[in-house]
Design a protein around this ligand. Structure first.
Ligand code: NDP
Length: 324
């Protein structure tokens, strides 16, 4: 029986209901896949709560990342066969046992990478990739600041920056999270629940500030993230786990040092063949052991409400995976 966790409307974590679904046969260019693992992301919370629209409207099957086995292929699909292990990230539709998906959005999972790891990194790992290669590409010995460093994206970014010889300062809520992120590769960690991250960043950089800030927290870290930037620094505002920074003003960019800013979204960075190019580099880093993926929480798919409460409640670290 194919099933999904369906949200009939936006709301709190209890909104999900388990329902049988009719999946149908793949049409031209599509694949039918049976999920083996589903990645959980903070964007799922925004889409569940109504901060972002649910992809495709309600009733909604949320979830933007997964891995599974190809069970059937529509006509015209090249490079895939029934039985292949594949992974993907697209907006919506993952909280289910089986789904149809446009086949050119599927990436074959290389040997040596488990389905759980692949499901956990398609959205978060590809995000880490474009953030540090395309939004702002730090040079060796540059110093940058990364908020929520112990989270899903944060732990991957920290390891990748370490590999590049970048001096990455991280922030996280609590000493256990700081320890975890430091062990993963951050050169210094700031517990921003306890310490003023602006003062501490300026101390750590001997008042020089940082070349870039990767900020996914939003409201609670604004405008502090601008205060720690060097003149002409780059403010990469890529999320809002504490809520949107509604006090942002364009004039702040000049006031804090002729700054640059970008507000990027993964899906623009993986259009067309960019998906496959980035995924190859990500999987190579994982296969070479340079990036270790920490799946620190797994839940049965039917318990997705608990997973939502935990990620919203700042209880999770690293990657979170749902098992159908
Ligand atoms: P995380 O695992 O990083 O979880 C979110 C973290 O945000 C929490 O663990 C918590 O860490 C921190 N946080 C700070 N304030 C709050 C708050 N008030 N409520 C809840 N959490 C808070 O999630 P992901 O790795 O899935 O995503 C990280 C961020 O990146 C999210 O904001 C997400 O939307 C964004 N993102 C953006 C993408 C893009 O392309 N623009 C793509 C992928 C992710 P702590 O306790 O240490 O503060």
């Amino acid at each position: 029986m194919a099933y999904a966790m369906v949200a009939d409307k936006a709301g709190a974590a209890g909104v999900f209901k388990k329902r049988e679904i009719e999946v149908g046969k793949p049409k031209k260019g599509e694949a039918l896949i049976r999920h083996t693992a589903i990645g959980m992301n903070f964007i799922d919370v925004y889409q569940r709560s109504g901060l972002y629209p649910a992809p495709g409207g309600h009733p909604a099957i949320l979830g933007c990342e997964g891995a599974g086995i190809v069970e059937a292929l529509g006509s015209g699909v090249k490079g895939l066969k029934v039985g292949d292990r594949v992974a993907y990230t697209i907006p919506g539709g993952s909280y289910c046992s089986h789904r149809l998906i446009t086949a050119d959005r599927l990436v074959k999972i290389p040997k040596g990478v488990s389905d759980e790891v692949a499901a956990a990194v398609m959205l978060k790992g590809l995000t880490a990739h474009y953030l540090i290669h395309d939004c702002y590409r730090p040079k060796k010995d540059d110093t940058v600041l990364v908020h929520a460093a112990a989270g899903g994206v944060g732990l991957i970014v920290g390891q990748w920056l370490k590999d590049k010889g970048v001096n990455a300062i991280g922030t996280a809520g609590g000493s256990a999270k700081c320890k975890l992120a430091k062990a993963a590769g951050y050169s210094s960690m700031i517990d921003y629940k306890k310490d003023d991250f602006v003062a501490k960043t300026m101390r750590l950089t001997k008042k020089q500030g940082v070349a870039a800030v990767y900020d996914s927290v939003g409201k609670d870290t604004y405008p502090g993230s601008l205060e720690v930037l060097q003149n002409f620094g780059m403010f990469v505002a890529f999320g809002q786990s504490s809520g949107p920074a509604s006090n942002f003003k364009m004039a702040d960019l000049s006031a804090y040092g002729s700054l640059f800013m970008t507000r990027p979204t993964l899906f623009h960075y993986i259009a067309g063949d960019e998906l496959h190019k980035r995924a190859r580099q990500l999987f190579k880093m994982i296969a070479d052991g340079k990036i270790k993926i920490q799946i620190n929480q797994t839940y049965p798919l039917a318990k997705v409400a608990t997973a939502h409460r935990d990620i919203e409640g700042r209880k999770t670290t690293g990657q979170t995976v749902l098992l159908p």
